[in-house]
Structure formats: C-alpha cells, structure tokens
Design a binder for this molecule. Structure first.
Ligand code: HEC
Length: 184
C-alpha cells in the first residue's frame, strides 16, 4: 500500500516534471517563435485485443507442499540443487557465513540466528520467534522475495516441488541429529 506521504512525494515529482516541461516549452516558444502545427502528429489506432482468451488465473496454493515427498527425498539430487546456493552459503559443520548465513543444521533452527550475520530487517521481523520448519523452508525456497518481502537473498527460487523436496531433504541431512520427518 502507498501511504499518503509516499503519494505526496510522487505527486510532487510529477508536478515538478510537468512544470519543468512547461517552462522549457514556454522558453523555447519565446526564443524561437515556433508555432504549433495545426495537424500535429498522427493518430495511433490501437487494436483492442482484449476479447476472450487471456491468461488463466492460477488458483489454489502457489507452491505445492513437500511434506509427503520428504521421506523419499533423493539426497544426491538435493545436493545437486544445492550447488545453486553454494555461491552464497556454506553447508559444512562450522562453515562460515558468506554472502548468506551458514546453513549447517538449518532445519528447525531459529530464523535469522546465525552468529555474526547481518540479516535484512525483513527477515529479522518475519523470523522473530519462528523456526525454519519444513513448511517455512518450502515457501521461502519456492520464491524468497515473494515469501518474505524485502529479504536480501538474491535468488529466484526453486520452482519444482520435487527439486525443493530433494533440496530440503538434503539440508535436513546436514545436521548432527537430523530433524524428524513430518509425521515422525
Ligand atoms: C545470491 C546469494 C544467495 C543465494 C544464491 C542463495 N542465498 Fe540464501 N540467503 C542469502 C542471503 C543474503 C540471506 C539473508 C537474507 C536476509 O537477511 O533477508 C539468505 C538467507 C537464507 C536462509 C535463512 C537463513 C537463516 O539463518 O535464517 C536460508 C534457509 C537460505 N538462505 C537458503 C538458501 C538455499 C537453500 C539456497 C539455494 C537453493 C540459497 N539460500 C541461495 C543469499 C543467497
């Protein structure tokens, strides 16, 4: 939502621009005595193709649950998916923070809790009192910036549910004592 302050700023910017354009055209009129042609320009006939068809509006949940897939997750496949994360994250025990926080033992860990990592305000606010449950990881890894607006994790997400399940299964395995599977 745009608050009224935001709106005012935009309105001022628009007015400022209009005023600038008007003054420039006024000045150039004055300088060059240009006259506006009677039949200025041409008319663009826009074709209206909004009749039928159109995009199907997705209904239902935007990302599929992984809970039922975790028990049979393919960890080797999950490790391959995790290569996408390795530019920014370490996965080994005692691994350091890089661009993103260290991820060893992330399943069921409190959110925004890696020592010495400077989290975005968005993740700190969202994560207050929460843990990285399977559900939370599923939503976040599906589309980080939609799931937690304002997160600084610059990663588009893992769209395929099977890839996410394998990935989260792999993340689960990276712990001294892997978290129980859903329903265990
Ligand atoms: C381009 C760098 C980058 C990539 C690629 C990336 N991340 Fe991140 N990740 C970050 C950053 C930065 C944060 C901190 C986000 C914040 O503070 O909002 C983060 C945060 C996280 C968190 C929250 C950790 C915590 O301590 O609360 C998880 C979980 C996570 N990333 C998992 C992944 C996984 C899994 C992948 C690969 C599928 C991945 N990330 C890919 C940069 C990245």
């Amino acid at each position: 939502m745009m608050d009224s302050f935001e709106f005012n700023k935009i309105a001022m910017a628009v007015l400022g621009t209009l005023f600038f354009i008007l003054s420039v055209s006024f000045m150039s009129d004055a300088l060059f005595h240009s006259s506006v042609p009677q039949n200025a320009g041409y008319v663009i006939e826009a074709e209206d193709d909004h009749g039928g068809g159109g995009e199907a509006v997705a209904s239902g949940p935007k990302y599929e649950p992984i809970a039922d897939l975790l028990a049979t997750a393919d960890l080797a496949a999950g490790e391959r998916v995790a290569k996408k994360c390795a530019a920014c994250h370490t996965f080994d025990k005692g691994g350091k923070n890089k661009v993103g926080p260290a991820l060893f033992g992330i399943v069921n860990k409190p959110m925004a809790n890696a020592d010495g990592f400077s989290y975005s305000a968005a993740l700190r606010d969202y994560g207050a009192g929460k843990q990285w449950t399977y559900d939370e990881l599923n939503g976040f890894l599906w589309k980080p910036k939609s799931y937690i607006k304002g997160t600084s994790m610059g990663f588009a997400g893992v769209k395929k549910v099977a890839d996410r399940a394998n990935l989260v299964g792999y993340l689960r395995s990276l712990a001294d004592t892997p978290a129980p599977l859903p329903g265990e």
